[in-house]
Design a protein around this ligand. Sequence first.
Ligand code: ATP
Length: 597
Amino acid sequence: MLPVGASSPYALAPAKPGRPAIWRFLPYLRPFAWQFSVSFAMAPLAVAISVSIPLLLGAVVDGPIARGDLPGVLWFALAILGLGTLDAGIAFIRRWIMTRATSHIEADIRLDLFDQLQRLPMSFHKAWESGQLLSRMMSDAGLLRRFMSFGLIMLLTNSLQIVVVIATMVVTLWQVGLAVLAAIVPVVIATLALMGRFGAISRRVQDQTGDVASAAEESLHGVRVLRSFGRSGYAQDRFEAGARELADSGIKRMNLASVLWTLLEVFPNVLLLIVLLGVGIGVSDGALTLGDAVTFVTLLLSLAWPVGSLGFLLSFAREAATASDRIVEVFDADVSIAPGPTTLPEPRGRLELRNVSYQFPDADAPVLADINLVIEPGETVALVGGTGSGKSTLVSLIPRLLDVTSGSVLLDGVDIRDLDLEQLRSLIGTAFEDPILFSMSARENLTLGRPDASDADIAEAIRVARADFVHDLPWGLDTRLGEQGMSLSGGQRQRLALARAILVAPRLLVLDDTLSALDIHTEAEVEEALRSTLGGVTGLVVAHRASTVLLADRVAMLVEGRIAHVGRHQDLLATVPEYRELLSADYSIAMGEEDAS
Ligand SMILES: Nc1ncnc2c1ncn2[C@@H]1O[C@H](COP(=O)(O)OP(=O)(O)OP(=O)(O)O)[C@@H](O)[C@H]1O
């Protein structure tokens, strides 16, 4: 495992005990240092303007108004108008600068998160629901951006304004200032207590958002199954349960937030009571002028927004902290499959599995144990075995979708964990039983593993995989396939996936039951064409049918995660009853084909 942060390719700062996760995003702000500096530098200016307006009001009451000097009043009014306009201008510039900077930061975080998801091993993707990952990448990253964009700066500006106004009050009339300070203490304590509870519920809401996204994603993905079983209602009920749970948690969070917001919105009125009493006494004692009283009261009124909005801003900060925790969990996930330093100058494609075992992280026992198998360059081995015997797990070890838990896989004598991952994967063409296609053109799908493939290479791969139907699509190779290639039949998708694997011109071809959806005749045609392709590469072919086994030079039979038998198809048929039994359904066909060949 790579030590977290130390060799991370991302800007994210390393974790430090006791430091909230949100701080780890600080390096993402670095490229926008001047934008943040300008925005933060504007905060004291905005506060100075807010505080100077009450001071000017006090001065106009004691000065021009007391003297009946109308032009003087007008000058003061113009000055106050100017300051107000300046304040609005500052807010506009700040918003303008920050929106751009934080949108880039959000995109950077999202890109790194996407990259991390590509790096994380299949065991991670099997364990995590896609909706949870999606909600972290979309809504949590968006929330973080909004907080950085205006929440953070408002929190800073408003807190600064509260401190400056109260300090001004203490300096102007310390008795009233101290009374205000004393009144603040219980409110701060109540706020902290509410924030603690808000944090827990905020995490629940954000996690449930991911659960609801997962449920929606799963139901949409499986809409055909649900409809055909007449279980759309059941899916609706399950989704509704999740959505209602989320709504309930959202209401609880809102209730808590409302208590906090109301407390902080009412509080300035309590302070107004204290201040009015204080200045009333001050004016009657002659300690304060009428202008001082106006200054004092307006100063306090200027606190209404900063204090009132504090509830919203603190809960916003808490939600952003939770979003950071959730995003960081993905960044900190164990990227155990790291690239090695070695590149093979002239790969030949000799594959060796040496004492290989694999155990899923949460499983009690290994699914593969002590596998030893050598496949020479140009040789094809068929992997057969009952359902759940570990065939797919074994082939996943070759392109390092999973890493062995003991033993080693060697390519040309080098442990594949020491090989450059990009080179390793570029040497392997893989096609799975479930052929995933992407919502892009047929050509883009085909050239996924080799974007620079020539038209002739594409045509040859299509010929071998018998995927000629692409030419009959409305725009031929440029036809955009629907989501996951849903507009194609299962067999068509499998043939496209096979053509995609062949097009890589791999040293190693790994086919995981790739031809299962083809009819017997198409399968025979594909196999006939594949034979010549397999002649030049090292092949590992998972086979359920005897006809597919015939593609191979040798067969390895897996029984409960162990290689029980290895040999030629004919020899195994003759000597291993369980092998015969396994392929019995296809036996007659196999024999027929063999006779013909
Ligand atoms: N993420 C996982 N965690 C724990 N066990 C798993 C996980 N994925 C698969 N398994 C188990 O590993 C075993 C081997 O699965 P695998 O998919 O490799 O079998 P297979 O031989 O390819 O089966 P089939 O022919 O049905 O496709 C199965 O018992 C399966 O339940």
